[in-house]
Design a protein around this ligand. Structure first.
Ligand code: ASP
Length: 339
């Protein structure tokens, strides 16, 4: 039986055309996909049956919003039983946010959901669009069942959806997942590297998702000189429910700045979740390693361990969309639920 795959086209460089104002999304990718599949030597043996769903409007992914994450997840969940896998075509700028979001927002598990995009549009000489699309389709059609999960296929790598980050605006290997071993590699052959998928907690019945306001989650990066006032100002909005704090190294923050730590404490006491991630690409939060990290823990902040910024932000949106109270969110984060 040929595999049945649904390709969801959301926009992004992969299908863009040159306009007077620069590259902009173009609607005619479905025809190119059909042509590509008909010509594609890779699929001569057992070609999958492909259907496409093109979004309206198609967007540059810099216009992505949490509402569109939910739409993609809902579109996939509603068609889950009709397909063996899904491919999502997406702009590279915020692809890592969407792939992270889909890891949490798609509550059905066991089928591959593969995100890809391109550094250059289809029609351009030396474009990576064709190879990335063909690789994504092949991965969606052949990923071992025990590994089937949300992942990103780009250039030569297959990466876990909620550990991937964009590392280059120029290279064809635009993404990496330095905090998590790749799920596989793409060369002449496609190799899967055996990491089983993380099985996410499922409550029964699944809660209806209701997105919080877009600014319910805020992101703040530490830098030398950061002030308590800045944190206070960032959390002053009454809709703010959670802060992702990008700290140094293993989760360190200024420890000789009692004002800043007191402000973290006061924010936490007001019921705002403070989730700490690490700034370096391969950083993992380990509060106990330095006294400067222990101080954040002492103020009530939660370790995001190996979560990327993208995963931390989207996981918080998901938990808020489930209707979780702050204490419940803190509890789930502390116990690594749905990592
Ligand atoms: N601005 C584009 C987007 O994210 C960049 C890309 O796709 O590579 O949609």
């Amino acid at each position: 039986m040929p595999k049945r795959l649904l390709i969801i086209y959301t926009g992004g460089t992969i299908g863009m055309k040159q306009t007077a104002h620069g590259l902009a999304p173009a609607p005619d990718l479905a025809a190119e996909i059909t042509q590509l599949i008909e010509m594609g030597p890779s699929f001569q043996k057992n070609p999958p049956v492909l259907h496409t769903l093109s979004y309206e409007p198609l967007i540059d992914s810099s216009d992505m919003t949490p509402a569109v994450w939910l739409k993609i997840a809902t579109d996939i969940e509603q068609r889950y039983d009709n397909y063996d896998g899904f491919v999502v075509l997406h702009g590279t700028d915020t692809l890592a946010y969407t792939s992270s979001a889909l890891c949490y927002f798609i509550r059905r598990q066991g089928k591959p959901v593969v995100l890809t995009g391109a550094q250059l549009p289809f029609g351009f000489p030396r474009s990576d669009a064709r190879s990335n699309l063909i690789s994504a389709i092949e991965v969606a059609a052949t990923m071992p069942a025990a590994m089937a999960q949300v992942c990103v296929v780009f250039g030569s790598k297959i990466m876990r959806g909620n550990r991937v980050t964009k590392v280059s605006a120029n290279a064809y290997d635009a993404f990496d997942s330095p905090r998590c071993a790749p799920l596989g590699s793409i060369g002449i052959d496609i190799h899967f590297q055996g990491a089983r998928r993380t099985v996410h907690e499922q409550s029964d019945p699944l809660p209806t998702l209701a997105l919080p306001p877009d600014n319910a989650v805020v992101l703040l990066r530490l830098y030398p000189g950061i002030s308590a006032q800045l944190l206070r100002a960032v959390c002053a909005d009454t809709v703010t429910r959670a802060v992702v704090l990008e700290a140094y190294g293993s989760g360190n923050a200024p420890s000789r700045c009692p004002d800043f730590l007191n402000e973290v404490k006061s924010v936490v006491e007001r019921g705002i979740v403070v989730l700490v991630v690490s700034q370096p690409l391969d950083g993992v939060v380990s509060f106990g390693r330095y006294a400067a990290g222990s101080s954040l823990a002492g103020a009530g902040a939660i370790s995001g361990r190996d979560l990327t910024t993208e995963a931390a932000v989207t996981k918080l949106y998901y938990l808020l969309a489930c209707g979780c109270a702050s204490s419940e969110i803190a509890n789930k984060l502390r116990h690594h639920v749905s990592a």
